[in-house]
Design a protein around this ligand. Structure first.
Ligand SMILES: Cc1cc2nc3c(=O)[nH]c(=O)nc-3n(C[C@H](O)[C@H](O)[C@H](O)COP(=O)(O)O)c2cc1C
Length: 281
């Protein structure tokens, strides 16, 4: 499994940049596991304390960086730059040895303003040069008017924005596979996401597999239908579809009502995922 470290520059609980990061994590292929990394607990970098080994949180963060293969970085903009918290995290991770190096990164910025945090995004890219992190060049991701992109449950609703973020994730996956080991290069059918559905289609646009789920409010979603063409491998494809919805639920802290036979079978087959499902409704 490839691990993708996800960092956001905001410390705010309801941060838009965290919601954008959730959406990007949701669009990753199943073989890539999102690892949400906290930076709020990192004291401001001070080489005297580092030399005396006085801040365990710095070392923990460095180990977490060593443990992930690549990065998704979402920054808000503070005074035309990145946040102090994010710059501090870059500094902490760069000392003792450079714990950022040789990773691929997708950089995204967001703002309620019109220019989508362009200044912050460019500043992050500038720092990545010296850290020897290779960023996705295009598409550049500057999300303006970010305060209008989410519903009450914190879910992104605009299919055009989701499709745009998917192109950014596809570029990131392609960059990552160029940089990393052959095991990461396993070809898998591309799964797409639209609000309420994940699906796979062939080159002609025919849908070969899909899972439908409805937003139920009260932090619940209901899986109502799973369809898989006999051209695709079973039960792997059904499991992949359900795992995508499961990860969607985990990211957005929702529970799932399995209102389709395949989803109920999945829970029986994989009891370790049971706590994400509400049975008997
Ligand atoms: C100290 C500070 C400086 C800011 N400077 C900018 C700025 O330069 N450009 C901008 O678009 N928004 C700026 N904002 C507004 C932020 O974009 C807005 O608060 C945003 O919601 C913060 O991101 P978050 O929702 O991820 O926490 C600033 C906010 C703060 C607190």
């Amino acid at each position: 499994m490839t691990k993708i470290g996800i960092l956001t520059g905001s410390l705010r609980k309801a941060a838009y940049s965290k919601k954008v990061a959730n959406e990007l994590a949701n669009l990753l292929p199943v073989r890539m596991t999102p690892v949400f990394m906290e930076i709020a607990q990192l004291p401001l970098y001070n080489a005297d304390l580092d030399d005396a080994d006085l801040v365990p949180a710095w070392e923990t963060f460095r180990q977490q960086l060593d443990d992930v293969d690549s990065l998704i970085i979402v920054t808000p903009e503070y005074n035309r730059g990145m946040t102090g918290a994010l710059k501090n995290a870059f500094d902490v991770g760069s000392k003792r040895q450079n714990h950022w190096k040789n990773k691929a990164a997708l950089v995204a910025s967001s703002s309620p303003g019109t220019i989508g945090g362009f200044g912050a995004n460019q500043q992050v890219r500038q720092v990545l040069v010296t850290l020897n992190v290779i960023p996705v060049q295009r598409p550049e991701v500057y999300l303006g008017h970010v305060n209008h992109l989410f519903d009450d449950q914190g879910l992104m609703t605009n299919p055009k924005t989701i499709a745009f973020l998917q192109t950014a994730i596809n570029a990131f996956v392609s960059l990552q596979s160029r940089l990393k080991t052959p095991a990461d290069k396993v070809a898998a059918p591309l799964m797409r996401y639209e609000p309420g559905r994940f699906y796979i289609r062939d080159e002609g646009g025919i849908v070969l597999a899909e899972i439908i789920f409805h937003d139920q409010q009260n932090k619940r979603i209901r899986i109502t239908d799973v369809q898989v063409s006999e051209l695709l491998r079973e039960p792997e494809t059904t499991d992949q579809l359900i795992l995508r919805v499961l990860r969607f639920a985990q990211i957005h802290q929702l529970t799932i009502i399995p209102d389709a036979d395949q989803a109920r079978t999945f829970v029986t087959k994989h009891p370790k995922y049971r706590r994400w499902f509400t049975l008997g409704e």
